[in-house]
Ligand binder design. Sequence first.
Ligand code: ATP
Ligand code: MG
Length: 227
Amino acid sequence: MILNGNNITKQYTRRGEKFNAVNNADFFAWSGDFTVIFGESGSGKSTLLNALAGVTAPTSGNVELDGQPLFKLNDEELARLRNERIGYIPQNTASLSAFTVAENITLTSTLYNKKIDKEHIKALLNKLGIAHLANEHPQNLSGGELRRVAIARALANKPDLIIADEPTSNLDEENSRKVYSLFARLARTGVAVVIATHDKNAFGYSNRVYHMKSGSLVPDIGEYGNL
Ligand SMILES: Nc1ncnc2c1ncn2[C@@H]1O[C@H](COP(=O)(O)OP(=O)(O)OP(=O)(O)O)[C@@H](O)[C@H]1O
Ligand SMILES: [Mg+2]
């Protein structure tokens, strides 16, 4: 098992009232799994993904990557681990406007003094249909193009866990298919893919489905089943 979330609860306070945006969620994924978390707006998907990706510590509960509890690491260790292992595509991603698309994609590798695999990045841009935009600046791109830049950036370091929050929001059907095909191909090479989405097309690519309802995470045992 690559990713294991146990009893994850995230409590927020709104207008003086405490509530659990995520309530005692248990989640796991194996290498090679393509997992979809489906749930209506406000059900807690992004809050859960933030915990699973090591971005925001839950109020209680544990997240382990290959048995290593993420939130026991210090900030620097966690940042390094996330950079090396986890490709996270948040729901709202910002690109840095002072840099080109290509520079945005390789920025974290540059920061960590990592060798940049140019062929890999070129192939990624091609698969996502944004190769012609490599030298553009983000402010000149459409919402859907920016979404694909965020995906390329998350995959640039060849992570073995991909966590993507609504990766196909802003994308038309053809480009959504490109993104799912890319994720599915990576899953076949042993990468664990976890996505939250409203897009029912994602189900056709997944082998594990969860539903999120009012903070509770329920494994799907229905039509698509959990293999
Ligand atoms: N920082 C915060 N402080 C207080 N409440 C929050 C905070 N972030 C999210 N919430 C609330 O927690 C609940 C879950 O939010 P979350 O963003 O996880 O939902 P979601 O399932 O991702 O929704 P969407 O499909 O619209 O992206 C919502 O009621 C939201 O308003
Ligand atoms: Mg969300």
